[in-house]
Design a protein around this ligand. Structure first.
Ligand SMILES: Nc1ncnc2c1ncn2[C@@H]1O[C@H](COP(=O)(O)OP(=O)(O)O)[C@@H](O)[C@H]1O
Ligand SMILES: [Mg+2]
Length: 330
């Protein structure tokens, strides 16, 4: 039985269009024009108990909107959604007792209270039996190293400490499911690594199902077997991370600024993917040819003004998947 089941789920936002300038301002008074943003656009997927899934995509892709629907904070525009056998926004009381969530952008803790008091309040809110609470708190104090700031108000701790406190808060009531929305945003490499290690441990040792939302591919690289990629509200890929990597990570990019504009300057062992006047982009595989061999080959045929070798970024890779509709071929 799937723990999460999502079918053709959509969330649309109506946003008002503003006309610019003085006349625009006058027009705004008389007519309210709206455009619809399809933040999440008919996505479907299932998640099995115990999975650790990376939910990735560029900024504005629709990740947080999905998580907000999954956690019952937003009501879908259309589609079906069931988590732990419940419809999140309809049965919120029963629902929250079984899930935990961390939003990287804002804390779920009380800003002015010492961390430990926030955690005690949660014990009462979730009606966590004292024995469970003590055992969990003891474990998380160690694994998340909470002791140095346990008595400090949340507003006075660092972002990394805040994220660790939020993780503890989300897990004290032993949820079956943990939603993490950008839990490493704004953290340095060491702090990120620590959070990743903890997430992995929770998933493995407690069997907690985890959905990890991030725009940082290095987060999912080490943690997740399965990734889902979303962009413009559409689910572009759902599957094995290594298959996705094989398809793209070997690819490098060479951008050449030619001294003049050539018509279709093709070269061997590289694929011409974009031409904008004298500026041409090639893709090549590091297994087939080295960058210097490639540059040697081009300069023998054409006059070059400037060039640059690039590793494709995740955002770019995702956009390319979308634009070139490579999906079927992955
Ligand atoms: N409350 C809202 N009102 C209007 N538009 C919104 C609202 N929330 C999100 N959006 C829009 O929906 C799209 C997806 O946003 P979001 O889910 O936050 O993306 P992500 O988390 O992947 O960065 C964006 O275009 C964003 O501007
Ligand atoms: Mg977001």
């Amino acid at each position: 039985m799937a723990i999460i089941s999502v079918r053709e789920l959509s969330k649309h936002f109506k946003v008002s269009k503003h006309n610019r300038g003085t006349m625009g301002a006058v027009r705004n008074l008389f007519s309210r024009q709206h455009t619809t943003v399809r933040a999440v656009d008919e996505i479907s997927f299932e998640i099995q108990p115990g999975e650790l899934v990376g939910y990735i995509g560029p900024n504005g892709a629709g990740k947080s909107t999905t998580i907000k629907m999954l956690t019952g904070l937003l009501v879908p525009t259309s589609g079906e959604l069931s988590v732990n056998g419940l419809v999140p926004w309809k049965e919120r009381q029963n629902y929250v007792a079984r899930v935990g969530a961390v939003f990287g952008q804002r804390t779920t803790l009380w800003w002015d209270l010492p961390v430990i008091e926030s955690l005690s309040l949660l014990q009462h809110i979730y009606k966590i039996p004292p024995g469970r609470f003590e055992a969990n708190l003891k474990e998380f104090r160690e694994t998340l190293e909470l002791d140095p700031f346990l008595n400090t108000p949340v507003r006075a701790i660092s972002l990394g400490q805040r994220m660790r406190a939020d993780l503890c808060a989300a897990l004290l009531h032993d949820p079956d499911l943990l939603f993490l929305d950008e839990p490493t945003i704004g953290l340095d490499v060491v702090a990120k690594e620590r959070i990743r290690g903890f997430i992995q441990k929770v998933n493995r040792q407690r069997g907690t199902t985890v959905i990890l939302t991030t725009h940082d591919l290095s987060d999912v690289g080490k943690l997740c077997q399965r990734v889902m990629i979303i962009d413009h509200g559409k689910l572009l890929y759902d599957g094995n991370l290594s298959a996705l990597k094989d398809r793209f990570s070997g690819k490098r990019e060479l951008v050449v600024e030619f001294a003049e504009e050539y018509a279709n300057p093709q070269i061997a062992s590289a694929e011409l993917t974009h031409q904008d006047g004298s500026r041409v982009t090639y893709h090549f595989s590091r297994d087939t040819i080295t960058a210097s061999e490639l540059i040697g080959g081009i300069s023998a045929q054409y006059r070059i003004r400037d060039l640059e070798v690039r590793e494709p970024e995740i955002e770019e890779t995702i956009r390319r998947i979308y634009e070139e509709r490579l999906l079927e071929r992955i």
